[in-house]
Design a protein around this ligand. Structure first.
Ligand code: SF4
Length: 477
């Protein structure tokens, strides 16, 4: 135990806007596990799946007839400097020429994807992630958005969800207005922590005034949703710094807040080796930080959506959850369920038809394959019936915290209690712990079970049973 840590006192579970915090249960059951942005999870994808398999999946969409709307993901991998906690696929460079080369290839990939898909379907969702999407200059972004519009049909601004991840250190208020004019209507800001000592400890110094100016500009520019990302578990963080950061975030009044648990895996992620481990809060303090986040955001009127996400009750995510329309994909929670996700850029992951496909991870491989006129698919997965069934079940659990057993039996040729007999037996222990109930018609996660939703989903993950989890996933709480 960390020398400054105090044991968490036994206390009854406290309910805050959709979730109960039960420290004892979380301490006992927290373990490492997938975040289920896909099922099977990306670490199970197969290198035997390549470009031609992807073409097959697209051909399958055509023969299936009714076209689904499209969701586009674009990965911009560049960053100016490295944040020590980073676990993303990125290229840290100050050489802007690299972005120009990348943009040329990215446009080529977009055109190839559009030739396959754009005739039938409209884009309802666009997400720019990274790296740092705003590493691109205004002019480069303009050129890229124009290229996208030449190649795809986009739903009107009022109907589409067009979002971009913004590092407030890289944009001025004027740039925020330009991004809105370029077509983005949602913005997500990486903040992590407002405390200057914490910021220095992770090499991401970002004055609060700069962040506030970006938020104010986003509001003035008419962005429909402003989201802030925080991280708990960083070096130099204490309950007091966390409290102050939360107060500042609540005062900034974003529509959505994501509070991620810092997963320290220095063997997997090199930048994390620069984090001084003795400066990190211990697991008891981290749990208290999570409790603080839940209580503070709940008291400020935010609803717990699931995993690490909170939203105002009138935000689209909260509305979609109440209406049973919430969906989860590689970018987290989403309101657009029935789309095919086309992903462009190095390491990007798409989900088309009953397949997943991931692009190669290095710039050289990416450029080489595009030079050969091939989509740069490195690996992927074709879902069988069992995968599709478990994906559907895990989606429901992650997004709605409940599953209708008759609905599942109607959609798939199974009898739930027979097919999932071993899983149901394992869930009984969780039922005894008060995490869920299994009735005749519904599997329902309790308020107490919501923070342990990954543990519940893991019971249904067939691949974890075949090959138990290596230390490649973060802690579930
Ligand atoms: S956290 Fe974001 S900005 Fe920082 S190095 Fe990683 S990708 Fe770049």
């Amino acid at each position: 135990m960390h020398p400054t840590a105090l044991p968490i006192p036994a206390q009854p579970a406290a309910a805050w806007q959709g979730v109960d915090f039960d420290a004892g249960l979380l301490q006992r059951l927290g373990k490492s596990g997938p975040r289920y942005t896909s099922y099977p999870t990306a670490d199970r994808f197969d290198e035997g799946f390549g470009y031609r398999d992807y073409l097959h999946a697209v051909a399958g969409l055509r023969t299936r007839g009714a076209a689904r709307p499209l969701s586009l993901y674009l990965h911009i991998p560049f960053c100016d400097t490295v944040c020590y906690y980073c676990a993303c696929n990125k290229v840290v460079t100050k050489n802007r020429e690299k972005a120009a080369t990348y943009l040329a290839y990215l446009k080529r990939e977009i055109a190839m994807q559009a030739a396959l898909l754009s005739n039938s379907s409209e884009v309802e969702q666009l997400h720019f992630g990274g790296g740092t999407p705003t590493y691109l200059s205004d002019a480069q972004m303009e050129e890229l958005m124009a290229h996208l519009r030449r190649n795809f049909r986009f739903a009107p601004d009022a109907a589409g969800e067009y979002s971009i991840e913004v590092d407030p250190r890289t944009v001025s208020p004027e740039r925020v207005h330009t991004l809105r004019a370029q077509g983005f209507n949602r913005i997500s800001l990486g903040v992590q922590d407002f405390d200057p000592d914490v910021q220095r400890a992770v090499n991401r110094v970002q004055p609060e005034s700069e962040t506030r100016a970006v938020i104010d500009a986003a509001r003035a520019a008419g962005f429909r949703s402003i989201s802030i990302d925080l991280i708990y578990g960083l070096p130099k963080q204490t309950l007091d710094t966390m409290r102050e950061t939360l107060d500042k975030v609540v005062a900034a009044n974003p529509d959505r807040i994501a509070v991620y648990h810092y997963a320290h895996m220095p063997r997997l992620f090199k930048p994390q080796r620069r984090i001084i481990e003795t400066e990190m809060p211990d697991s008891d303090t981290k749990l208290r930080m999570l409790q603080l986040c839940i209580e503070r955001l709940g008291a400020a009127g935010y609803v717990y959506i699931g995993m690490d996400h909170f939203a105002k009750p009138d935000d689209d995510l909260a509305v979609a959850q109440r209406q049973g329309r919430l969906h989860r994909n590689f970018q987290g929670y989403s309101t657009h369920a029935d789309t095919d996700l086309v992903a462009c850029g190095v390491s990007a992951i798409g989900a088309v038809g009953a397949t997943y496909s991931q692009n190669v991870k290095t710039l050289d491989e990416y450029y080489d394959l595009l030079d050969q006129n091939e989509l740069p698919v490195a690996r992927g997965w074709r879902l069988g019936m069992d995968d599709a069934l478990r994906r559907s079940l895990i989606q429901k659990l992650m997004c709605q915290f409940e599953v209708s057993i008759p609905a599942l039996e109607q959609a798939f040729p199974i009898v739930f209690r027979d097919y999932f007999a071993p899983e149901v037996a394992r869930l009984r222990q969780m039922e005894d712990d008060g995490l869920l109930t299994i009735g005749e018609e519904w599997l329902t996660v309790s308020m107490k079970g919501r923070l342990l939703i990954r543990n519940i989903c893991m019971v249904f993950d067939r691949y974890l049973a075949i090959q138990p989890d290596a230390p490649r996933h973060s802690q579930t709480v």
